[in-house]
Design a protein around this ligand. Structure first.
Ligand code: ADP
Length: 539
């Protein structure tokens, strides 16, 4: 017997209509290339979204067309998110930090029709435009006064494009399963792969992640997404904020600038922010050097990579609670989130920290398991590492224009490529990515645990661990360290420092110093590049 409830479609259009009606006065504050503080509201932004929809139709966009963005986090990018998807097109956010060849590969693979681009990325696109075979034209995200000189062909100015357009638009009735946005993984192995989100998956992800057990966005909060809008839709918070009426503060091109982040937090009373560990390290360094405080900031989500223990401890001293979240592009992205069970709050500080540093517990909507190499499910005992596999309505089942076999779906579960343990309380901990795992004498060493232990040393600015060939143990870990400016740690002292913090046989055989650790386009340490750098190294 079927239920007898309405089956209204879960669409981004419905989210927009809701926010425009219920939270028209909620503020959106942006830093842009030409304005250090642009202020608008949901009401104003959604009016402009209607104008944008009319302009997109006039550009000749057809249902399902991929429209690309190459832009930082700001109000115009916000308008594109809603205007493109609600019109029935696909908002394809491209990561401008990728290599130019990757950008042209992605744009051609997606068959992008138009590219909406921040002025700062125009020179790069000028170099690339001959390689972009499907793009019909470019729209520069700026005002008429700030339009740069450019050799881009068929180019428009965003403000001119929407100016004078009608503030009414007849939104199409969309199937909730139709595609709304597209994001390519950074492609650490092989070519980048496209993850094609649907309206339904996006709305369900927002509902799932907006519960109080997870992000818990609310009208009395102010959120600053420091995670880029080209990185898995800023982890979904641009939709979540509309659903909850939460004020948005967009840092524009100033993502990694601790001083700007601190100023935005203090001037706009930011209570909540999201980003990868690197940006919180930048904020922390600024606070420590300047003696500034961030008194309104209550909590941070840290994800995308493991959170160093020293970072979480230091943020505690500023009264900022860091919550670890885990997910990936293929998961919209959130799968787990760390909030302690009530009894854990009474644990001694260091034990509590052990739990807080884990990737957290499942959020409703995602299922997970760990499996052995031969696909057998492994116990949740907090000790046994296994391949982490997930499923759920916001997990991808295949990549754009690729066969389902490319999506690693053993028995209908998506294999994340992560290796993890899960404890008896359901706290998951990432120990490695399958391709970064170090296998020493047949046993796995968690490079993440070793890195975190090394990062606790006061003279270490950044630390990475990779496996290098070893005649007896097949592989042994090598510690690669960037020294903190002004310090000169010795390798034996650093290795001795690890004693007692990790299993003895996990202690790296050697430690080398580098000026810089290479990072991927999403700000994570690039183990692939490190392995290339130390290709000739062996024990
Ligand atoms: P990429 O950086 O390869 O484009 P994603 O941004 O989708 O891909 O990153 C997903 C990966 O980031 C996960 O599979 C996992 O390895 C890593 N990751 C995400 N969150 C965490 C976390 N809290 N702790 C450790 N690793 C994490």
């Amino acid at each position: 017997m079927l239920g007898q409830m309405m089956d209204d479609a879960l669409t981004i259009t419905s989210l927009m209509k809701f926010a425009a009606r219920v939270f028209p006065d909620t503020e959106i504050v942006s830093v842009t290339g030409d304005n250090p503080r642009h202020r608008s509201t949901f009401g104003e932004a959604f009016t402009r979204v209607h104008q944008l929809a009319n302009a997109l139709a006039k550009l000749g966009c057809a249902p399902g067309d991929r429209i690309a963005t190459l832009a930082w986090n700001d109000y115009r990018h916000f308008e594109l998110y809603y205007g493109i998807s609600s019109s029935g097109y696909v908002c394809h956010t491209i990561n401008p930090r990728l290599f130019p060849e990757q950008i042209s590969y992605i744009a051609n693979h997606a068959e992008d029709q138009w590219v909406f681009v921040d002025p700062v990325f125009v020179p790069m696109l000028e170099q690339l435009q001959d390689a972009l075979t499907t793009v019909r034209g470019y729209v520069i995200l700026t005002s008429k006064a700030a339009m740069p000189e450019t050799t881009l062909k068929n180019v428009r100015c965003y403000e001119e494009l929407i100016e004078g357009e009608s503030e009414n638009f007849d939104w199409p009735e969309l199937d909730e399963n139709s595609a709304c946005s597209l994001c390519y993984t950074s492609g650490t192995t092989g070519n980048p792969k496209g993850v094609l989100y649907s309206h339904r998956s996006t709305v369900l992800h927002s509902l799932g992640t907006n519960s109080k057990a997870t992000l818990g966005l609310a009208p009395d909060e102010t959120i600053m997404p420091v995670v880029p809008m080209f990185h898995v839709n800023a982890w979904g918070c641009v939709y979540g904020a509309a659903m909850a009426g939460t004020k948005l503060v967009f840092p524009g091109p100033k993502m990694g600038d601790g001083e700007t982040l601190a100023a935005l937090i203090n001037e706009e009373s930011v209570t909540f922010a999201m980003g990868v560990p690197t940006v919180w390290l930048a904020l922390l360094n600024y606070l420590q050097e300047s003696g500034s405080k961030v008194e309104t900031l209550q909590r941070l989500v840290v994800g995308g990579a493991a959170c160093p223990r020293s970072l979480m401890e230091a943020m505690d001293t500023y009264g900022v609670a860091m919550h670890v979240g885990w997910g990936m592009t293929e998961m919209s992205p959130l799968g787990t989130y760390n909030t302690l069970l009530p009894w854990m709050n009474d644990l001694p500080e260091q034990e509590k920290l052990d739990y807080r540093l884990k990737a957290g517990r499942l959020i409703y909507g995602v299922e997970m398991r760990i499996a052995s190499e031969d696909g057998k499910e492994l116990p949740w005992d907090g000790k046994t590492p296994g391949r982490l596999q997930v499923r759920g309505p916001w997990v991808c089942k295949s990549y754009y224009k690729l066969d389902q076999s490319d999506a690693h779906l053993p028995d209908g579960w998506f294999d994340t490529g992560d290796v993890a343990t899960i404890d008896q309380y359901g706290f998951m901990q990432i120990t490695d990515r399958t391709k970064d795992v170090i296998k020493s004498g047949g046993e796995w060493i968690s490079s993440i645990d070793v890195e975190n232990a090394a990062m606790g040393h006061e003279d270490v600015a950044e630390a990475a661990v990779i496996g290098v060939p070893h005649p007896k143990w097949t592989e042994r870990p090598l510690l690669i360290v960037v020294k903190r400016p002004g310090s000169d740690p010795q390798k034996n002292d650093l290795l001795a420092y690890l004693d007692g913090k990790i299993a003895k046989w996990w202690i790296p055989e050697d430690c080398v110093f580098v000026d810089e650790i290479p990072h991927t386009a999403t700000g994570k340490m690039s183990k692939k590049d490190l392995r290339d750098m130390f290709n000739d190294y062996s024990y």
